[in-house]
Design a protein around this ligand. Structure first.
Ligand code: ZN
Length: 288
């Protein structure tokens, strides 16, 4: 992981842990709801607009760290700005996320540039632009005389075949995400210790932390050359599922005595970093 990636992750996690302008405005000028079914992100924006200026903007939502951090950064960048400025910034941000050019944002909103690192993971781009699309939808409804709007990622214009799209993007992503690095030497210890060490090389690309210390591995069962892994993901519908599954497979099959790997993805109990993650990871995520 490069220094820039480290810095980006820190900025994103900082906004995720300490979101700016979170909540709902009472009697807002406009309300706009957004959803990203690819990842399960949900968002509601409330704005007070007066004389073409955003007097106040708040967000309320749940979902992955990228979607929530992006919403936090957006509200911070737009408080007190004019509507045309907000629209312009939204279009610039989206263009930067969807193109390969490095992002360059006005200095006082340089936090937004941290989302540039998300471009390495194409399906996460939808998480990063959800709040901006929800804002644009809301502003357009407002100027048509409506107080409410909604936006669903992937439903712009004609509704695409989501399953097909997701499959294609996952395949694309699986190629881009590097396989876990080969351990320098053959791991030592009991088979169980070797399996645990191998699982620590599997990184959740969203959080950049390994799945073992995140507490995503619920159990391992070793019978001669067969290893069964029961695991979960940070959020249901996480588009990184197939990538992580592939990484578990390739990390374990590298152990000389492993002949077969069975992965089972489960959703109960739901992952809770407060009780399941290691102390190091909790410190990293700011959970005590
Ligand atoms: Zn997301």
């Amino acid at each position: 992981m490069s220094l820039a990636d480290d810095l980006y992750r820190d900025i994103i996690l900082e906004h995720y842990k300490n979101p700016r302008n979170q909540g709902r405005i009472e009697n807002p000028t406009l309300t706009s709801q957004g959803a990203n079914p690819f990842c399960g992100d949900e968002l509601e924006l409330t704005l007070t607009i007066d004389k073409n200026t955003i007097r106040e903007i708040k967000f309320h939502g749940k979902g992955c760290s990228i979607s929530q951090a992006s919403a936090s950064m957006m509200t911070e960048a737009l408080n007190g700005k004019t509507v045309p400025y907000a629209e312009d910034l939204a279009h610039r941000f989206k263009a930067a996320m969807l193109e390969n050019a490095p992002m360059k944002m006005p200095e006082e909103m340089s936090d937004l540039e941290s989302l540039d690192g998300v471009k390495k993971y194409p399906v996460r781009i939808k998480c990063a632009i959800l709040s901006w699309n929800t804002l644009l939808e809301g502003l357009s409804a407002h100027y048509k005389g409506q107080g409410q709007a909604s936006h669903v990622e992937g439903e712009e214009g004609q509704r695409p075949d989501l399953t097909h799209l997701l499959g294609e993007k996952e395949a694309e992503m699986a190629k881009q995400v590097p396989a876990p690095e080969k351990p320098e030497s053959i791991p030592s210890g009991t088979p169980k210790e070797q399996v645990d060490a191998a699982l620590k090389t599997v990184i959740d690309p969203e959080l950049n932390l390994n799945i073992f210390d995140l507490g995503l591995v619920y159990g391992t069962d070793i019978q001669d050359g067969l290893v069964k892994v029961t695991y979960t993901l940070t959020s249901p519908g996480c588009p990184l599922g197939p990538v992580i599954k592939g990484q578990i497979q390739s990390a374990l099959i590298k152990l000389p005595w492993v002949k077969e790997v069975h992965n089972e993805l489960v959703w109960t109990p739901p992952w809770d970093p407060k009780t399941m993650a290691s102390d190091e990871v909790k410190t990293e995520l700011g959970i005590w």
